[in-house]
Design a protein around this ligand. Structure first.
Ligand SMILES: *Cc1c(COP(=O)(O)O)cnc(C)c1O
Length: 421
């Protein structure tokens, strides 16, 4: 459930007409609903209540790193899962306690490891023996001990798009689960590390629980193996990955069903469980509001050319992803159309042969489910600016990211003297 609904024939974000936001902030613009974010966070927390130990829930910052979003989620008691120094800085700037931050990612640099240690973050999810040894050295040199988990690759097919699968044996993430016992034995002897658990994350937009259950079961077997070998395991990080409905009426496992599965599979583990949800919190809490530039006649169907493009919302071009598209003030008429942006790439196509609300030049429309992996993936391709972001709260709204005009981006560029001679 979200708070982007029709009222008297016009789309609202909570109590604000989307047309008002378009007038005041311009388009394209991402619009987030505070109430929807809070609802999703609470549903997820609620779904995991009743675990023997209070879980640690770390929002995957890469899904939506906007400072207002992170601040809102921090107030809901969520921590952050970060994959770069930039994301860590954002989580801290949004007021998240350093100890609530988990650092994931296969390519953490020396600088990032050192900065994260200095910031006192809660846990490093290390993805290789090489990284573990480097972190141990940095920590030992500082006279501190880094709490960490070893990310394993369980070799499970998540059944999602190839580009967002992360838990198959040939993906770059984690260490092969079969290597965990030897690696654990070696790394846990290093003075700078407190290797306290395992981590797993098999992919994103999972539409079934079975691959997750398979991965968690393998993780549980490895937990037993490690304990038999004498290791003290206190934390297990189950990652993120729960999918969201991108199409109206689509049925996906709910956070509640996920929570029930987790409780069943992890019964008796006697650890603090950690989670890294991203999309399930943010996806349906945002829309991309756009204006139709013009409608161009096509051979088969017309092209609805909107002012948002693949640089603002990359998912359709990147993964062939589907986003629901709807008029802000639907007339009731329908049309079959191709929905495209202005960028000079055929890939700048949001939908082909789509039945949609009839639209003419100047009309407003939205792409739904754009709160996750939306603005954060924006680029300035075709010398377009960076899209603005707005958050709605009841009957008020605020710009939470200014539009960055193309000129500001060009300001960072220079023609060198040797070209001026
Ligand atoms: C991307 C990512 C997540 C979040 O995935 P969602 O599908 O958005 O829940 C969690 N953990 C790690 C390590 C990730 O890379």
């Amino acid at each position: 459930m979200d708070h982007f609904q029709l009222r008297n024939g016009e789309l609202y974000a909570e109590d604000v007409p989307l047309a008002r936001i378009a007038d005041e902030v311009g388009t394209p613009v991402y619009v987030y609903s505070r109430a929807t974010f809070e609802r999703h966070a609470r549903v997820f927390v609620e779904a995991l209540s009743g675990l023997p130990k209070k879980p640690h829930i770390a929002f995957a910052v890469k899904a939506n790193p906007n400072l207002a979003v992170l601040s809102l989620l921090s107030r809901e008691g969520l921590g952050a899962d970060v994959v770069s120094g930039g994301e860590m800085a954002r989580a801290l700037a949004a007021g998240m306690p350093a100890t609530d931050i988990v650092f994931s990612g296969v390519g953490k640099t020396h600088r990032e490891l050192a900065d994260a240690l200095d910031a006192g973050i809660g846990q490093f999810n290390i993805e290789s023996g090489e990284e573990g040894r480097e972190l141990a050295e940095i920590a030992a040199a500082r006279g501190v001990v880094a709490d960490c988990a070893l990310r394993v690759n369980p070799d499970v097919d998540a059944g999602t798009h190839d580009k967002i699968s992360t838990g198959k044996a040939d993906n770059k993430f984690g260490v092969p689960i079969g290597h965990a016992p030897q690696l654990f034995a070696k790394l846990s002897q290093l003075p700078g590390l407190n290797l306290r658990g395992l981590a797993v994350h098999i992919g994103s937009q999972l539409s079934e629980l079975t691959p997750l259950e398979t991965a968690f079961t393998k993780l549980g077997d490895m937990l037993a193996t490690l304990r038999e070998a004498g290791h003290a395991i206190t934390h297990m990080d189950l990652g993120g990955g729960l999918g969201v409905p991108y199409r109206a009426g689509e049925q996906l496992p709910s956070p509640f069903e996920y929570g029930e599965m987790v409780k069943r599979v992890t019964a008796g583990w006697d650890v603090t469980l950690m989670f890294e949800p991203g999309r399930v919190i943010a996806g349906n809490a945002g829309v991309l509001l756009t204006r139709v530039i013009r409608v161009k006649r096509g051979l088969k169907h017309p092209f609805v050319i909107v002012d948002a493009a693949m640089n603002d919302l990359a998912r359709p071009a990147l993964y062939g992803a589907y986003h629901d598209f709807a008029a802000v003030a639907p007339s009731g008429e329908r049309m079959l159309a191709n929905i495209v942006g202005p960028i000079c790439e055929t890939g700048d196509t949001f939908a082909t042969d789509r039945e949609t609300d009839a639209l003419v030049a100047g009309d407003l429309a939205i792409f739904r489910t754009a709160g996750a992996y939306g603005a954060t993936m924006a680029s300035s391709y075709n010398s377009r600016g960076f899209v603005a972001e707005v958050m709605v709260d009841g009957s008020q709204f605020a710009t939470v990211a200014d539009r960055i005009p193309p000129g500001d981006i060009a300001d960072a560029e220079r023609v060198p003297d040797f070209l001026k001679a």
